[in-house]
Design a protein around this ligand. Structure first.
Ligand SMILES: O=C(O)C(=O)C[C@H](O)[C@H](O)COP(=O)(O)O
Length: 225
């Protein structure tokens, strides 16, 4: 195992920071994947977490990478070592999971696929550190205690330069507060393109939600520049 393989290459981490928001997607019909990616891009959102919760998720991921190569696409809900290999073969730029499973972490390190495990406790963070992870997904962010909880939990690890992606209960209403904190690389959530909007193929609503949060990201980045 090569722990350094777990780190996100600087260009990818910068890309995620620049994107500011990652749209968490559950896609049932792979025919929706490319129009959905187009609707998000039209609103200014260029990063996706495509969850492996539906049978055709990998097909959707590959279609987006082929037809919208500018999109940063991570595989989400990666629960097994086999899914790490499948995500990489489908062209995923990175992978994430709700939890911190050492077998999945080892597979990601082996495959050289940048991986951000889910963490919600100091023990989770320390398990991720064993694998050289520096970018961590904070899940479920809002119910766990939000930014106040994360800041307190992250304090003992500040010298390690860890950065976090909060997901779980995050919405446009709390986006600005998260983005203002230097611990945060980007935030994410399913509210941008919820499954019902995707099933209804309501692409204009998705673009509108994307544009709303993209404006919040721009304002936050301008404030910290
Ligand atoms: O599947 C994964 O890899 C996850 O970690 C879970 C997702 O990131 C959350 O489901 C997003 O939370 P909501 O925006 O509240 O829907």
């Amino acid at each position: 195992m090569n722990p350094t393989a777990m780190t996100f290459p600087p260009g990818l981490e910068q890309g995620i920071h620049a994107a500011g928001v990652i749209a968490v997607l559950v896609i049932d019909d792979p025919a929706d994947a490319v129009p959905l990616a187009g609707a998000l891009a039209a609103g200014g959102i260029n990063a996706i977490e495509l969850t492996l919760r539906t049978p055709s998720a990998l097909e959707s991921l590959a279609a987006i990478k082929k037809h919208a190569p500018q999109m940063l696409v991570g595989a989400g809900t990666v629960l097994t070592p086999a899914q790490i290999m499948q995500a990489r073969a489908a062209g995923a730029d990175f992978a994430v999971a709700p939890g911190c499973n050492p077998r999945v972490l080892a597979a990601a390190a082996e495959a050289g696929l940048p991986f951000a495990p889910g963490i919600a406790t100091p023990s989770d963070i320390e398990a991720a550190l064993e694998f050289g992870c520096r970018l961590l997904k904070f899940f479920p962010a809002e119910p766990s205690g939000g930014l106040a909880y994360l800041k307190n939990m992250a304090a003992p690890y500040a010298h390690l330069g860890l950065r976090y992606i909060p997901l779980g209960g995050v919405t446009a209403a709390t986006a600005a507060a998260w983005l203002a904190d230097p611990l945060i690389a980007a935030l994410g959530g399913s509210w941008l393109a919820p499954r019902v909007l995707i099933q209804a193929r309501d692409w204009s609503a998705v673009t509108q939600r994307a544009a709303e949060v993209a404006a919040i990201v721009r304002a936050a980045r301008n404030r910290s520049a």
